[in-house]
Design a protein around this ligand. Structure first.
Ligand SMILES: NC(=O)c1ccc[n+]([C@@H]2O[C@H](COP(=O)([O-])OP(=O)(O)OC[C@H]3O[C@@H](n4cnc5c(N)ncnc54)[C@H](OP(=O)(O)O)[C@@H]3O)[C@@H](O)[C@H]2O)c1
Length: 270
């Protein structure tokens, strides 16, 4: 990535998180990353960190070789129409993190045979802990490997079939909010039991991190749950009460609804 110049088109939540994560990885200098948005005054502070900040697409795209599309699905068509005359196949590689918009949709609007790879990161990319799903039915292996390399510097990657991209959006990108809400809810239980809110949040977050780390070390969730649920004990009592109230089913149904919505955002405008 050392010799690359990256233009991030759509410097919002995920665009800025990506830029910060890439710089934190040490693989690229902030001066090689352009951040593009229309209301550029809202990110003028990022200039002080060394990023190039601009509202002029052409100024950023012409020197770049990697273009990251990070606008909302309903904003994408206008951006692609503007990009059409600026992009050069062979020079530019397009990475789209936009939910629900296929490689074919993007390629059709760009009209010039440029390679497009989709990536679905999450906001933990800012601290280099993203789970990023990558897909492209048409890009070369070399380009897909390059995109994996980019996102491996800011977390973990997995290559998936493109038709599973909206499912990946729900599980991993929206999933950050689902897990955060679960941790927040656990901390609120802790507050009711007598802890101050900051203590309860810290305790719940570290417990969640420990649970995730057990899985990362190769454990299976149910086997780990079995270790905590002693006969007639307090864990099984709490867990069963949660399940009677639909804990697993609420997560499963929420993820399915999110995936459905993610697939509709581009074509139906949300
Ligand atoms: N947030 C997440 O966790 C996450 C995770 C994975 C993927 N995504 C996907 O990433 C995309 C962006 O999400 P987000 O949460 O980062 O949204 P966001 O915060 O609203 O960012 C979108 C940015 O695009 C800019 N923009 C809009 N039209 C533009 C144009 N014509 N030219 C240049 N910039 C333009 C907007 O700024 P101006 O209005 O100032 O132009 C805004 O800063 C979405 O497609 C989403 O599905 C998000």
């Amino acid at each position: 990535m050392k010799n690359k110049n990256i233009a991030i088109i759509g410097a919002g939540n995920i665009g800025i998180s990506l830029a910060r994560g890439l710089v934190a990885s040490g693989e690229i200098m902030p001066g090689a990353i352009s951040l593009i948005k229309r209301k550029v005054e809202t990110i003028s502070h990022l200039k002080e960190l060394g990023f190039v900040v601009t509202d002029n697409l052409a100024d950023a795209v012409i020197p770049a070789n990697v273009l990251v599309l990070a606008v909302l699905p309903q904003q994408l068509k206008n951006v692609l129409l503007e990009l059409r005359g600026l992009i050069k196949p062979g020079k530019h590689l397009v990475i789209s993190v936009v939910s629900g918009v296929s490689v074919a949709d993007i390629a059709e609007l760009l009209e010039n045979g440029v390679e497009v790879v989709r990536a679905m990161p999450n906001t933990a990319i800012a601290i280099r802990e993203s789970m990023t799903c990558i897909a492209s039915p048409s890009a070369s292996r070399e380009s897909i490997k390059f995109v994996e390399g980019v996102f491996n510097t800011v977390g973990e990657t997995i290559e998936i079939n493109e038709e599973l991209m909206t499912s990946a959006t729900a599980l991993c990108a929206c999933g950050i909010a689902f897990f955060l809400r679960a941790i927040r809810a656990a901390s609120q239980g802790g507050i009711e039991l007598g802890f101050h809110s900051d203590e309860a949040l810290r305790m719940a977050a570290q417990t969640a991190k420990g649970a995730a780390s057990l899985l990362a070390s190769g454990a299976h969730p149910e086997r780990e749950i079995d270790k905590v649920t002693s006969p007639k004990g307090c864990t099984i009592a709490g867990l069963n009460e949660m399940e009677f109230n639909g804990f697993s089913s609420a997560l499963i149904r929420g993820i399915k609804v999110s995936a459905h919505k993610a697939g509709d955002l581009y074509n139906k405008g949300g």
